[in-house]
Ligand binder design. Structure first.
Ligand code: MG
Length: 171
């Protein structure tokens, strides 16, 4: 089907991530520090929330994945602040004229309780992406005690993102 020339092009993407909870690491989730005795192991800061959002955005734009863009074999990304990675992805989307319509994110964690932090997480993600607070949704779920997440060995995340590209007249 040939779209009408003024019709925007919409693309949806999905991203997931999981990191192991270990001692002697700061727990960073969606760009904020959450006081907790354990943190997420990773080459970067291990922020599963931002990593899932990054993969959802890259997926929607057809730009590959986080591991290709920021390889864990590259010392440049060692202990990297994932907020910087998300900003780099936002820049790539801007270059290709992709606008972010909305982002939806689920953090799967048995502990700690994330309810009180969800508003701040939304604000951080919306701020980094330059979109309205209401265009970002953050949910937190336990895994009912089952599996790695349920047993508190890991925290996981699932995200979706919708992008829109306004067609240029005559293209
Ligand atoms: Mg990751």
């Amino acid at each position: 089907m040939i779209p009408f020339e003024d019709e925007p092009d919409y693309r949806i993407g999905i991203g997931t991530d999981i990191h192991r909870l270990v001692e002697n690491r700061k727990l960073m989730l969606c760009g904020i520090y959450i006081p907790f005795p354990l943190g997420l192991l990773g080459h970067s800061d291990g922020d599963v929330g931002l990593h899932a959002v990054i993969d959802a955005l890259l997926g929607a734009a057809g730009m590959g994945d986080i591991g290709t863009l920021f390889p864990d074999t590259d010392d440049k990304w060692k202990n990297a602040d994932s907020k910087e990675l998300l900003l780099a992805v936002k820049e790539k989307l801007d270059e290709k004229r992709w606008q972010i319509v909305n982002v939806d994110l689920i953090i799967h964690a048995e502990m700690p309780k994330l309810g009180p932090s969800k508003g701040q997480m939304k604000r951080v993600i919306a701020g980094l992406l330059g979109i309205d607070f209401t265009a970002v949704n953050v949910k937190a779920k336990t895994n009912e005690g089952m599996g790695e997440v349920g047993e508190g060995q890991a925290i996981a995340a699932t995200a979706t993102a919708l992008l829109r590209k306004k067609k240029r007249r005559g293209l």
